[in-house]
Write a protein that binds this ligand. Structure first.
Ligand SMILES: [Fe+2]
Length: 193
């Protein structure tokens, strides 16, 4: 009996270890997924709480400009702080751009046909500027100059969207179509939030 018991224990140990390890991986993955979901909900909440897609995007525009102003006000003596702030701005702009490029611009193109190429090109220019800013020495005096240029380009792009293109699109769509577009935009945003 003792021999059988000893053999059984030896055989069960690896299996038990694997089961425990698998359980621990699953628990960790579950906690990570929940944390991830929590972050996504918090990140997308200001946009999702807006009454419609147009207002949601306007809020994101304002938040992006405010974040850039904060970075512009960060002294050259704090390059690491600048790096962290820039990473947050890149994430904000990336999420915002994806919502527009995957949902809003295709709808604009469907309705008016001509705006999508120019808007996507402007997004490409913004991405190129963010790429340059990421590579720049954050203690370089040129960093703030390039960042200010990015702000000007972004604001011009936002003015065209907020004052002309987006209200015109919202006007053309029915209430149900606008609601559907808002849901689609929020879904695209939460994927990368
Ligand atoms: Fe935008």
């Amino acid at each position: 009996m003792p021999r059988t018991h000893a053999r059984k224990t030896r055989h069960e140990e690896p299996a038990g270890f694997i089961a425990n390890a698998a359980k621990s991986v699953l628990v960790t993955a579950g906690v990570a997924a929940l944390a991830n979901l929590g972050r996504k909900v918090v990140t997308q909440a200001p946009t999702a709480m807006a009454s419609d897609w147009c207002e949601g995007l306007t809020r994101e525009h304002e938040a992006t400009l405010a974040a850039i102003d904060k970075l512009l006000a960060t002294s050259i003596d704090h390059p690491q702080r600048r790096t962290v702030q820039l990473a947050a701005i890149k994430h904000m702009i990336g999420k915002h751009a994806l919502q527009e490029e995957n949902v809003i611009y295709p709808m604009l193109a469907r309705e008016s046909g001509d705006a999508m190429g120019a808007l996507n090109k402007e997004h490409g220019q913004v991405k190129a500027m963010l790429f340059e800013l990421s590579r720049m020495d954050k203690a370089d005096a040129g960093f703030a100059t390039t960042l200010a240029q990015l702000r000007t380009a972004l604001e011009e792009h936002m003015r065209e969207e907020e004052d002309v293109l987006f209200p015109a699109l919202r006007e053309r769509l029915s209430e149900a179509e606008n609601r559907k577009l808002t849901r689609e935009m929020n879904l695209a945003g939460v994927m990368v939030a």
